[in-house]
Structures are given as structure tokens and as C-alpha cells.
Design a protein around this ligand. Structure first.
Ligand SMILES: NC(=O)c1ccc[n+]([C@@H]2O[C@H](COP(=O)([O-])OP(=O)(O)OC[C@H]3O[C@@H](n4cnc5c(N)ncnc54)[C@H](OP(=O)(O)O)[C@@H]3O)[C@@H](O)[C@H]2O)c1
Length: 327
């Protein structure tokens, strides 16, 4: 089978198409004939700097749609041939991927394979940020970094549907601002957002801030919170040093800081991931969230997908066509 791997860290050019043995599912696992693979920012981090890479060579990729190929020992479903979406720790840039059965989700009726590949990472993450960890209440205000990306696009729509009184986004360009405004955001700021948030909220600040950037941006998000405000950290796109926070920042306004990682949840509590994913997928099914695919590439051109995402101009979701009618 084909797989796209890297043997060293670096730019998109380190991604190489190789022939690899078809993996067989072990106990508790399922193998999937991949139709589409979703591209995540974490794949770029893996390739460039070894984020969550245990050893080289490494086949990146966290999410697929496809059909169940084979069941490992002890697995009773989903049935061979069933259309599924799956979240994996790696290996999704390939014709066949092996996933823990607990993180393989039958595609709900009405969700096609192409859409299915956009969902497993982004949608449960966005749902957790807004509801489970962020605990957004109707009437509250939200500030979201990277608002036009995969997670950001879903968060804007979920926050609006949850009854937020205002959803503010931060992006790096005017083109991205237009995308975010079309997906749930009331106002979108580019660049230095601290002052803009204060002005938009009449000096009060926001109730919930969601930050996948880290460093100075996380600090500015924290400084944008109103009394009782919550900050959820879920990434470090900036590559800045790991943040710390303590009493001086939190006590005066009774602030809370939380974190979230869907890959850690998948490893530590697959049952909780399943519950979260069921709730999140329901939001795609009922039309609350749509995740536009803004670019797609054949598997062999995974490096082009990375090149594009590296430009920091992408919005919504990027996909790889693996085994599809058009691929
Ligand atoms: N913790 C979790 O469970 C979890 C799950 C999924 C994703 N994530 C994180 O959520 C974020 C979004 O993921 P995604 O896959 O949907 O990607 P994405 O938002 O489609 O693309 C990444 C975005 O990060 C921003 N960015 C890129 N380089 C940056 C830099 N050097 N400094 C600051 N911002 C930068 C860009 O937005 P702007 O150009 O508009 O700033 C870019 O659009 C990523 O940081 C990812 O690691 C976390």
C-alpha cells in the first residue's frame, strides 16, 4: 500500500510516498480502507519539529474516513465494509490505517465519506472547548484565536448556537476574517486584539477565551478575560515556551485556566472520547456546524497540502483524497 512518511524533520519536502506493508489490526483494533484523510495543523508540527512523534520514520495523520477492512481479536463491530470515521494517533496518510476500535465511529446516515474525514479531530475538539471544558452559558461572550481554521470554524458556529451574546475571533488576515464572519463570528480582529476586545465589550472583557497559539497570545487572551472568566489552552502554534500561570494573574478577577487535548483523551479515556464525539457529530448532523473543505490533494501530494497550510492562508479544512471515486 501507499503511505506518506518522513524520515527526518523539516519542510514539506521531507514527506515521501513509500510502499509499506498493509497493517493488520491487533486485539481491540480495526483496520480501515481509507477514503479521505483530514489534514491537521498538528501534522505540520509533527513533520517540522517532532510533535508527538515517538520515532522515525513516521506516517502522520490523525483522522480518516473509509470502510472497515478487518476486525482484530475481540472486536465485534463496526461491520467489515461499514463506512466509518476514525481518530488515530498517527498513520492516516496511507491507503490503510489501523485504529483502536474505541475511536472508530460509524458514519451517521446523511454524512458522506468526504464530510466524514473533516470531523473526527476538529468537531469533538471544538465541542469540548465550547461546552465540556469551556462551559459556555447563554449570554456569555467568547474570544477565539485562529478563528478561520478548522477548529476555529467549528467553534464559531457552536458558540453562536450555544447562545453566546457575542463571538469574537482573531485571525492573521482580512481574507480569513471574512471566512470567520461567515461561520458564527460577530467581530473578527487581526493583529493586536487586546484593545479591540476591551472596546467591543465596553471595557468588561470576555467570559471565555480559547487559545491554540500560546506564548504572548495566551497572555493577551488571559488579559482579555472578564471577572470569573475562563481560558482554555489547546495548542502552541506559536512554538513559544510552555506557559505558566499563577496567583497574581488569577486571584484578582477569579479567573480559571484549563487545557484540552483530544489525542490525550483518546488515549486515556476512549469512553469519554466516544461520548464527546457522539455529541459533537450530532451538531454536524443537525446542521449546526458545517466544515467547509477549502482545498484537497491526492495522497501523493500531501507535501502540497502541507506547503499550503504552512503559508498560513488556509481556512476551514484541507483533505487528502486517498481512495475515492475522484481520487
Ligand atoms: N488540543 C487539541 O485537542 C487540539 C485538537 C485539534 C487542533 N488543535 C490545535 O488547534 C489549532 C487549530 O488546528 P487546525 O488543525 O484546525 O489548524 P488551522 O486552524 O486550520 O490552522 C492553524 C492555524 O494556526 C494559526 N497559526 C499558524 N501558525 C501560527 C503561528 N506561528 N503563530 C500563531 N498562529 C499560527 C493560523 O491562524 P492565523 O493565521 O489566523 O493566526 C492557522 O490558520 C492548532 O494550533 C492545533 O494544534 C488542538
Amino acid at each position: 500500500m501507499r503511505a506518506v512518511e518522513f524520515q527526518e524533520y523539516g519542510g514539506p519536502e521531507v514527506l515521501k510516498v513509500v510502499e509499506a506493508p498493509v497493517p493488520a489490526p491487533g486485539p481491540g483494533q480495526v483496520s480501515v480502507d481509507v477514503a479521505w484523510t483530514g489534514v491537521n495543523f498538528a501534522d505540520l508540527k509533527a513533520r517540522a519539529e517532532g510533535y508527538r512523534v515517538p520515532e522515525l520514520p513516521f506516517v502522520p495523520g490523525l483522522e480518516v474516513s473509509g470502510r472497515v477492512r478487518a476486525l482484530g481479536a475481540g472486536v465485534t463491530g463496526p461491520a467489515v465494509g461499514q463506512e466509518v470515521a476514525a481518530l488515530v494517533q498517527s498513520g492516516a496518510y496511507a491507503d490503510v490505517v489501523v485504529a483502536d476500535a474505541a475511536t472508530v465511529f460509524p458514519l451517521p446516515d446523511g454524512v458522506d465519506l468526504r464530510t466524514g474525514a473533516t470531523l473526527p479531530s476538529v468537531l469533538p475538539t471544538a465541542y469540548a472547548l465550547v461546552h465540556t471544558v469551556g462551559r459556555l452559558q447563554p449570554g456569555e461572550t467568547v474570544l477565539v484565536q485562529s478563528a478561520a481554521g478548522g477548529v476555529g470554524t467549528a467553534v464559531g458556529q457552536l458558540a453562536r448556537a450555544a447562545g453566546a451574546s457575542a463571538v469574537y475571533g482573531v485571525v492573521s488576515s482580512a481574507a480569513k476574517a471574512a471566512h470567520a464572519r461567515a461561520h458564527g463570528y460577530d467581530e473578527v480582529f487581526t493583529g493586536d486584539f487586546g484593545q479591540a476586545v476591551r472596546e467591543a465589550t465596553g471595557g468588561r472583557g470576555v467570559d471565555l477565551a480559547l487559545d491554540p497559539v500560546g506564548g504572548a497570545t495566551l497572555r493577551a487572551s488571559l488579559a482579555s478575560l472578564a471577572r470569573w472568566g475562563r481560558l482554555v489552552s489547546y495548542g502552541n502554534a506559536s512554538g513559544e515556551a510552555a506557559w505558566t500561570v499563577g496567583q497574581p494573574e488569577l486571584y484578582p478577577l477569579a479567573l480559571s485556566v484549563a487545557g484540552f487535548s483530544i489525542l490525550n483523551l483518546a488515549q486515556s479515556d476512549p469512553t469519554a472520547l466516544r461520548e464527546l464525539t457522539d455529541r459533537a457529530f450530532a451538531k454536524a448532523l443537525d446542521g449546526t456546524v458545517t466544515l467547509p473543505v477549502t482545498a484537497e490533494f491526492p495522497l501523493e501530494e500531501a507535501s502540497e497540502a502541507h506547503r499550503l497550510m504552512d503559508t498560513r492562508t488556509t481556512t476551514g479544512k484541507l483533505l487528502l483524497r486517498v481512495n475515492t471515486p475522484t481520487g
